[in-house]
Design a protein. Structure first.
Length: 103
């Protein structure tokens, strides 16, 4: 399984800024290894972020996203002490979920 995500969530004036760094190889399926054989595609397909059981971000990705992707977004309503939960699923069915407390 991939390394834990690095997630930072900060609330200011009723708006929560979430920054996350996801550890994933994000192979497109177009690259070849040293022997000339294609490296199989392996990339994050969906990302979901929830706060208090509500989805605040939902994204569908493809193979064009870079290795170890960084994502930043804002949402209204969260406050200090609340938790945000981030889940990604890749094209091979692997899944990772991590959470962070809003500061």
């Amino acid at each position: 399984m991939a390394d834990p995500m690095r997630i930072r969530a900060v609330s200011k004036d009723g708006v929560v800024n979430v920054k996350m760094l996801m550890s994933h190889e994000m192979e497109t399926g177009l690259r070849k290894d040293s022997s000339g054989k294609p490296v199989p595609a392996h990339f994050i397909q969906s990302v979901s972020v929830t706060w208090q059981g509500k989805v605040v971000l939902s994204a569908q990705w493809g193979p064009a996203v870079s290795k170890n992707p960084f994502l930043e977004f804002n949402f209204k309503g969260g406050k200090k002490g609340d938790k945000v939960e981030v889940t990604w699923t890749d094209n091979k069915g692997e899944k990772r979920t991590d959470e962070a407390t809003i500061n």
